[in-house]
Design a protein around this ligand. Structure first.
Ligand code: SF4
Length: 334
């Protein structure tokens, strides 16, 4: 099946949040001022079970999805995540990936690999220990993240995509150092424009470092040339080093939006389907699962949701839209 939305976009890329909890408090995603000690995270009973996640993932695979990403919050906080990976790795023709802040990765990389995980994305916003500690806002040292990347590399995860959210006046001075650190390593750094996700991160356009500027910064040190997208809907623009020492990516949701080719769906940890990262509301699928719906009913519900999709938030972004109600990124994953 090849379900298309109102802009003839297929669903190819499913992101499943397995928890809304995280052990970091990155200000651009989960500011401590909002997600403090008293914040009411989802109770366990409201989380989709592994069996329910497996059913949803298989339904999306039947609808045409070929990529499945496990996210959070921080997915390695979900107990038994390796068992879920093993279940999902059984789904045919699925590229199974996971995005983590790597705080727990050093001890878990081998088990994730053995469970059948194909690829890893690691969030790392600076190599400068002081900057990194202040950006994660839990005083977590950068060395432990590098240890996690090292352990994942040792068990065969390659290339690992290293995601750096760039914020002007915070870590934009660390862009070239980050590029240099992983140049020639086989891993790929992706520099992400700071986005107005959710309503709690105090987003301002002035804090955005455009992708073009990031490429110029790196290219001044190590000349880059563009690479054509590998497939429709590829999120990052790809650039290779002219000297053959690898590539980097930039994700330009603010300055060069790419909604026209967006093939991404997201499912929250409590079973709501979101058709855009900037949606205000989601479609409840958990009730259907818990009321005993069979696969046919699930497929019909999913098809109906996707066929009505017309999201183009980033292409329609304006000063007015950036303050409208939007789901928090920590609730549905990036
Ligand atoms: S803003 Fe929404 S529709 Fe546009 S690329 Fe992002 S997730 Fe897709």
């Amino acid at each position: 099946m090849n379900v298309l939305d109102t802009l003839a976009r297929p669903v190819r890329d499913l992101r499943i949040s397995v928890t809304d909890r995280c052990n970091f408090r990155c200000s651009y995603c989960m500011p401590k001022s909002v997600f403090g000690r008293d914040y009411a995270f989802l109770p366990r009973a409201e989380l989709l079970t592994f069996e329910e996640i497996d059913r949803v993932a298989r339904a999306f695979a039947r609808a045409g999805a070929t990529k499945l990403r496990l996210t959070g919050g921080e997915p390695l906080l979900r107990r038994g995540i390796e068992d879920l990976v093993a279940m999902l790795a059984e789904i045919e023709r699925i590229d199974l990936t996971l995005t983590t802040n790597a705080a727990l990765l050093a001890d878990r990389a081998e088990a994730l690999k053995s469970a059948g995980l194909d690829r890893l994305n690691v969030s790392l916003d600076s190599l400068n220990d002081r900057t990194f500690r202040s950006m994660n806002d839990v005083d977590f040292p950068v060395d432990r993240v590098l240890e996690g990347i090292g352990a994942a590399t040792a068990v065969g995860f390659a290339p690992i995509k290293i995601n750096m959210v760039v914020k002007r006046g915070v870590n934009d001075g660390d862009v070239v150092e980050m590029a240099q650190r992983f140049r020639g390593s086989g891993h790929i750094v992706r520099f992400i424009e700071f986005m107005d996700v959710g309503t709690t991160n105090g987003w301002r356009l002035d804090d955005v470092v455009p992708a073009r500027e990031i490429v110029e910064l790196i290219s001044a040190a190590h000349p880059l040339e563009p690479i054509d997208p590998a497939y429709r809907g590829e999120v990052a623009q790809r650039w290779r080093y002219q000297d053959g020492s690898g590539e980097v990516g930039v994700i330009s949701s603010v300055t060069q939006p790419f909604c026209g080719d967006c093939t991404r769906a997201r499912v929250s940890a409590d079973g709501k389907i979101f058709t855009c990262l900037f949606s205000a509301t989601g479609h409840d699928i958990r009730s259907l699962l818990r009321e005993g719906a069979d696969d046919e009913a699930l497929d019909m519900a999913l098809t109906s949701i996707w066929q009505k999709r017309n999201d183009q938030y980033s292409e329609l972004r304006s000063a007015a839209t950036s303050s409208t109600a939007k789901v928090e990124m920590s609730y549905i994953g990036g």
